[in-house]
Design a protein around this ligand. Structure first.
Ligand SMILES: [Zn+2]
Ligand SMILES: [Zn+2]
Length: 189
């Protein structure tokens, strides 16, 4: 049974009231937030999906923004440079993984299992009631939809004068050395 049609799903991100997404630096473990925009979200999903593909094996997941340029960020605290999609909170990575399992992997498994019962029941025609019951049970395997958020409106908003982008940092953090987005050296006025 091959199944090459693209699977479409929508995913929700927990943003705070200013539409900022919380991130965690994989190097120093500290948090900051960046303004979420569609390009950035696409480049968050791609590496995350790749990681999940590698972990689960045997499934391939692609996003619609296939030829998207990877976006990079520097940590505002330790200047660690990484792909935007690698600067996600652990909580959000778990959410993504559960989301992909719930929306993509488990439905495929269920389809395989119900395909098996279809084949089984076609050899014993009379048992359509049993077949219905078995299918309903497989559908119940799906866990509840994971939920992302809510995201509290903490941290201080800083506008980068070099490129006009916004970032949120820990309250009282003034040691920003370079712009996390474009790398320009920061002068604190
Ligand atoms: Zn860092
Ligand atoms: Zn900049």
């Amino acid at each position: 049974m091959s199944d090459d049609q693209p699977v479409r799903f929508s995913i929700s991100f927990a943003l705070d009231k200013d539409e900022f997404l919380r991130r965690t630096c994989p190097n120093c473990g500290r948090s900051f937030k960046t303004k979420a925009d569609p390009d950035d979200l696409a480049s968050i999903l791609q590496p995350a999906f790749k990681r999940i593909e590698n972990e689960i094996g045997d499934v391939s997941i692609s996003t619609e923004h296939e030829e998207h340029e990877p976006q990079y960020l520097s940590c505002p605290y330790c200047n660690h440079h990484a792909e935007s999609g690698d600067m996600l909170t652990g909580e959000f990575q778990i959410y993504l993984k559960r989301f992909v399992m719930r929306e993509y992997v488990l439905p495929q498994i269920n389809k395989m299992l119900s395909g098996f019962t279809d084949g089984f029941s076609s050899t014993s025609q009379s048992n359509s009631f049993l077949r219905f019951e078995v299918k309903a049970d497989f559908e119940n395997i799906l866990p509840p939809r994971p939920i992302s958020g809510p995201e509290p409106p903490d941290m201080t908003k800083v506008e980068m004068l070099c490129c006009g982008k916004m970032i949120k940092l820990y309250d009282g953090w003034y040691d920003l050395e370079e712009c996390p987005f474009c790398g320009t050296k920061v002068q604190i006025i």
